[in-house]
Write a protein that binds this ligand. Structure first.
Ligand code: CA
Length: 664
């Protein structure tokens, strides 16, 4: 596999040489400023990002590409032909490629830790290829033998026991040596990053007095080898209030020499874009630094394609500001970029993270596992266990971001990859639905089943809008819903070219609101008092409720003081025949006159007597057969009048219901 790849590469190089009169040093000119005519007909809509500077960094982290290719992954261009993925990136408007460098990502037997086995040799090869297609490079030094992020910042094994002075020298020499190799290979380095997501830790050190020494050492090496390159420091979790100003303050206090204060921004973890702009602007204002988004990405699908679970999927309960679609992914990148260009005073760029990290195969976990282990194309191999036993050692596996790539599982570019070009121009496409929601409907089993005429859609410009839907309910399904009693049904349909479903719940609907007082409020019930009861209120006492926690309570000591009417009015109920019920219990009533009643347009049409006969002896009233016509007003309620005896009449009222029994 490696052999054939090298052969393919050699052919490309020969072609490049024969075409360029000045020889191999000549870069291949890639047409990445797509003329308007080619923007039309794109599969994504992209709203123009205004005011974008010519040299704004539209970046792609492509660290895993070599391991991917070694594992057999092939990449294709928009024409459908197999071509160098870096050519495709350049054609898509990417102008800078980011690559991570680990010191020594191999075990004692030379077996790679995975995650692309990103050593300096791979960075040089990626740098050569990116440079060939006119792109510049950002070199991301993790200063570790494997992943460095807010959760771990382990020193490389070779530096583990060094005291801080020695370690700083080692950082300097490592960065210097790597950058010299890149320079020698003719790689154009635009930016160098000292540490990755260094939230208060770096290279095994947790004291800022030490961390800053390591950063200074790396920065110095960069200034020596690539004096024109920018030095970036990279942090994560912009949503943690105050943390960025805290880091920037420490860096200033120690006089760390750097140009760019960069942040990761993953929309599902890192707060709002408003917050991101605010915290980066604060750093920029206070310390005069350039700012940027160093990593971002978004899912284009819920699906996993390599038998190894993804960090983000439909089931993770995240807030979906964008649907998991190719268009949603493009909109997300566009909006993040717009925030950096137009809402940050010193914003210089955005890098998409690992847009070319895709599945190494579609056959089985076993086959893929072999490739991940052999070529390091998964996030971690089992060989990383010795260095990182707690994480990689337990959870090693494949790609966790294949559903956030900008290439499909076969290596073909998604339309979202065009976003880098399109953001500069914007394009015109007809607004269309990009994702549609399911519909939910609760119907009265004695009422009419009317499926909704629209469903909610997210449009290609990420706006929300109801759109017409066509349901495929069969006559048999419609009949079943009308006559099948209480049940649930799923009806398939189509809206805006997308399949959707309506989940219909058919049940006996209670047309009363707050029927058992469970809101803890009286409304929308009302009380008219004819006596003056000592106590008459909605009470929370589950043991005294017929169901739930709440009920209406009354008690009064004086004779004849319990005399009230509790009622609720339903304005214009659907015409038909109704039944009403309500329950009461109580005692010490003496002579009582208690009645449940129904009023139609203010006239009593039916009533039923009730008795209070002791604690927990609930008496239930049921009035049936009351007909309601078009526009009628229906009031239901209970009149309670007690002479009282002993300590005074008391009682509890609960669980009213009003149901349609026959629809007119
Ligand atoms: Ca996966």
């Amino acid at each position: 596999m490696i052999h054939s790849m090298k052969k393919a590469l050699a052919v490309t190089l020969m072609l490049a040489c024969s075409l360029g009169a000045a020889g191999c040093a000549e870069r291949i000119k890639v047409e990445n400023a797509i003329p308007d005519s080619r923007i039309e007909g794109c599969g994504v809509y992209v709203k123009k990002v205004g005011n974008m500077p010519e040299d704004f960094i539209l970046g792609m982290d492509a660290s895993s590409v070599i391991a991917e290719e070694q594992s057999g992954v092939r990449y294709y261009g928009f024409s459908g032909e197999e071509q160098d993925v870096f050519k495709t990136l350049a054609e898509s408007g990417v102008n800078t490629v980011r690559v991570r460098v680990w010191n020594d990502p191999y075990d004692e037997n030379g077996r790679g830790f995975g995650g692309g086995n990103c050593d300096i040799e791979k960075a040089v090869e990626i740098g050569r290829r990116a440079t060939r297609y006119g792109m510049e490079m950002l070199i991301d030094f993790h200063l570790s033998d494997f992943w460095a992020d807010p959760g771990k910042q382990m020193a490389p094994r070779a530096w583990k026991d060094m005291e801080i002075g020695q370690k700083a020298q080692a950082v300097h020499d490592h960065v210097s040596d790597c950058l010299r190799q890149l320079k020698k290979a003719g790689v154009k380095v635009r930016m160098v990053q000292i540490g990755n997501e260094t939230n208060g830790a770096l290279c095994g050190e947790k004291r800022w007095s030490y961390i800053q020494l390591l950063m200074q050492a790396g920065s110095k090496a960069c200034r020596e080898v690539f004096p024109d390159a920018l030095v970036a420091l990279h942090f994560a979790n912009p949503e943690k209030a105050g943390s960025y100003m805290d880091y920037a303050g420490k860096l200033s206090e120690y006089g760390v020499d750097y140009d760019v204060f960069a942040s990761s921004y993953y929309p599902y973890w890192h707060g709002t874009l408003d917050n991101l702009a605010e915290v980066l602007n604060a750093v920029s204002d206070a310390y005069g630094k350039k700012v940027m988004v160093m990593e971002t990405s978004y899912a284009y699908t819920d699906e996993d394609s390599d038998f190894s679970g993804n960090t983000i999927s439909g089931e993770s309960g995240i807030t979906k500001a964008y649907p998991f679609t190719v268009q949603g992914q493009a909109n997300c990148v566009r909006d993040v970029t717009d925030a950096v260009v137009n809402r940050m005073k010193n914003g210089i760029g955005v890098f998409y993270w690992e847009g070319a990290w895709i599945s190494v195969g579609s056959e089985s976990w076993e086959k893929n596992h072999e490739l991940w282990e052999k070529y390091g194309s998964g996030w971690a191999s089992s060989y990383a266990a010795g260095y990182d036993p707690a994480d990689a050692g337990k959870y090693y596996g494949g790609c966790a971001v294949d559903n956030q790539a900008m290439f499909d599982p076969d290596g073909r570019p998604l339309e979202s990859l065009r976003v880098f070009n399109l953001m500069r121009f914007g394009n015109e496409t007809e607004l269309s639905a990009d994702a549609v929601s399911d519909a939910f409907l609760t119907c009265d089993l004695n009422g009419t089943i009317a499926l909704p005429e629209t469903v909610d859609a997210i449009m290609s410009d990420n706006s929300r809008s109801p759109i017409p839907v066509k349901w495929d309910a069969t006559d048999a399904e419609l009949e079943a819903m009308s006559t099948g009693g209480a049940n649930t049904y799923t009806i398939k349909g189509e809206a805006g070219g997308f399949p959707t479903v309506c989940r219909v719940k058919v049940e006996e609907v209670n047309y009363l609101e707050n029927p058992g007082f469970e809101t803890g409020e009286l409304a929308p019930w009302s009380i008219v008092e004819f006596g003056k009861a000592d106590q008459l209120y909605v009470e929370n006492k589950p043991t005294d409720s017929l169901s739930g926690d709440w009920h209406m309570h009354f008690w009064s000591a004086a004779s004849g003081s319990v005399d009230f009417e509790l009622s609720q009015t339903v304005a214009s109920p659907a015409p038909g025949t109704y039944k009403f019920g309500i329950s009461i219990m109580g005692g010490d009533g003496g002579e009582t006159d208690i009645r449940a009643f129904m009023l139609v347009n203010g006239e009593e049409t039916a009533s039923v007597p009730l008795k209070i006969t002791g604690y927990n002896n609930w008496d239930g009233a049921l009035i049936e057969g009351v007909e309601i016509g078009e526009g009628d007003e229906l009031t239901v309620g209970i009149r309670v009048k007690c002479a009282g005896e002993g300590n005074g009449a008391w009682g509890k009222i609960d669980d009213a219901f009003l149901n349609l029994t026959v629809k007119k």
